[in-house]
Design a protein around this ligand. Structure first.
Ligand SMILES: Nc1nc2c(ncn2[C@@H]2O[C@H](COP(=O)(O)OP(=O)(O)OP(=O)(O)O)[C@@H](O)[C@H]2O)c(=O)[nH]1
Ligand SMILES: [Mg+2]
Length: 461
């Protein structure tokens, strides 16, 4: 992922400050050099990098760390603030009915982003629809239809029509029931007259609330010129940066957008419909620096819980009452799996992400996933009664289950141990009053406005 390198190299440098209460000039220089190296290799503009490192250096030496703060936290806080500044604010995007036009050059990721954003809005409780107006590229209709099907959102297109404006007009009527209409447009290899004219005509017909420009992260700092050119030609309200999973140059694109009149609305991080996130500077940078991103995490947890609930007909509220059974544990594990790859999830947990992850051997995550899969096959070999009353499972049953599932007794015992541990934890939760629970959830979700660091940041308030 973009700037991954910055996170780990910077953490290495910062770790050397462990235990120090004051920073020397040499300490600061080392941190600044690390940041410069990473940002330059991520294709961030040289002048921007110099500006950023100057202000980090100046602040780190001039500002007095607040009482009780270590030198490491002090400099981390300054780096965090300056980096958030570097990538800028995110595009304003109210969660309400609206029409969005997506524009961009060929292959930048418009069609994919249209489906991803529609999925994102649907998870926010709105009803989205994608309108495909691309008559330029063969196969555009099929692609959009297929992707919106995967996103489980409404779709309008007309494979036989040849006027994008006509399709747009009819699309608006056909999707009148939707809250959020996302209009996908065709691309060209460059911003030529034909494209500008087509976009202007579509805009006149659709009267969108927002024009978003879709940019491939691989273009690096030329994101600045492209955003300016599209801004001048058709006007844009925000940018979607795609393929951040696939390039080391994404840092350049991220920083470049802040140099224009525009801002970033969404990030694309993969080819699947779910590989999208709302851009939010504080959470993004926190995660990068290994400070976690509680907001993204709690959104993922919520989504995973909802999906498990729907599919398994399971109510997590049940956990708050009665015995914690193996069935409950399986549902919880399914919910965990739905949150995505464990290493991504770990990145979002403050203090856990960076630091600890770097110390784990590369295959540690796989082992964990393997363990979960083993648990799954073991539970498939257990009877309903055993799943409901795991404490009654004795040696002869363990032998049978190990044989039946093709695992071994040790793994079966491991599962039973895990269940005991989780069930003890659930007992503690059950002992909490509603107020305690609410306070805990609030803590988990941060303060909302402040983004990823609210309440649980490493610096206190
Ligand atoms: N890895 C990765 N691939 C992406 C991402 N977004 C889009 N892609 C891929 O990039 C290619 C182009 O994406 P499209 O959505 O078709 O791009 P487009 O802007 O609609 O292209 P045109 O319609 O030809 O102008 C496809 O193969 C997508 O799967 C992303 O965030 N990550
Ligand atoms: Mg397309």
């Amino acid at each position: 992922m973009v700037l991954d390198d910055l996170g780990s190299s910077l953490r290495g440098t910062l770790d050397k400050l462990q235990g120090k209460s004051r920073l020397s000039e040499d300490d600061v220089d080392e941190v600044v050099k690390e940041i410069q190296r990473s940002l330059l290799s991520a294709d961030v503009d040289v002048d921007l990098v110099m500006e950023l490192s100057d202000s980090i250096r100046e602040r780190a030496l001039a500002e007095e760390p607040p009482a009780g703060t270590t030198a490491k936290d002090h400099v981390l806080k300054i780096v965090y603030e300056e980096m958030v500044d570097l990538v800028g604010e995110s595009t304003e995007l109210p969660l309400e009915g609206q029409t969005i036009v997506l524009a961009g050059l060929q292959g930048s990721g418009k069609t994919t982003s249209a489906a991803k954003m529609a999925w994102w809005f649907s998870k926010k409780g709105l009803r989205p629809a994608v309108i495909q107006t691309d008559t330029f590229r063969p196969g555009a209709y099929d692609q959009a239809e297929e992707m919106t099907e995967r996103a489980e959102v409404d779709f309008y297109g007309d494979p036989d029509a040849d006027d994008p404006v006509e399709i747009a007009r009819e699309g608006l009527e056909a999707t009148a029931d939707a809250d959020v209409r996302i209009v996908d447009t065709s691309g060209r290899s460059g911003l030529n007259e034909e494209l500008v004219e087509e976009l202007e005509r579509i805009e006149a017909a659709v009267e969108p609330d927002r024009n978003l420009l879709v940019l491939d992260a691989a273009i690096g700092q030329s994101a600045k010129e492209q955003a300016e050119a599209f801004g001048d030609a058709v006007g844009i309200d925000g940018v979607v940066i795609t393929k951040l999973d696939g390039t080391a140059k994404g840092g350049g694109a991220l920083a470049a957008v802040d140099q224009t009149d525009s801002s970033i609305a969404f990030l694309g991080t993969g080819e699947e419909v779910k590989d999208v996130e709302r851009f939010e500077a504080s959470g993004f940078i926190s995660r990068l620096l290994g400070m976690g991103d509680l907001k993204q995490l709690s959104e993922r947890v919520e989504r995973a819980m909802e999906e498990t609930q729907e599919e398994e007909d399971w109510d997590p509220e049940d956990l708050m009452q009665g015995e914690f059974t193996l069935k409950d544990m399986r549902n919880q594990m399914n919910a965990m799996n739905r949150m995505g790859p464990l290493d991504q999830v770990m990145d979002m947990i403050p203090g856990l992400g960076g630091g600890l992850k770097d110390q784990l051997p590369d295959d540690a995550m796989d082992v964990t996933q393997d363990r979960l899969r083993n648990f799954e096959v073991i539970m498939d070999s257990m009877t309903d009664d055993e799943l409901e009353n795991p404490r009654s499972v004795g040696q002869s049953q363990i032998e049978r289950i190990a044989r039946g599932s093709g695992t071994d007794e040790e793994t079966v015992r491991d599962l039973l141990e895990q269940h005991k541990m989780m069930s003890r934890m659930m007992k503690q939760f059950q002992g909490m009053g509603d107020g305690d629970m609410q306070r805990m959830m609030q803590k988990m979700q941060g303060d909302g406005g402040g983004g990823g660091m609210g309440g649980m940041g490493p610096f206190g308030d």
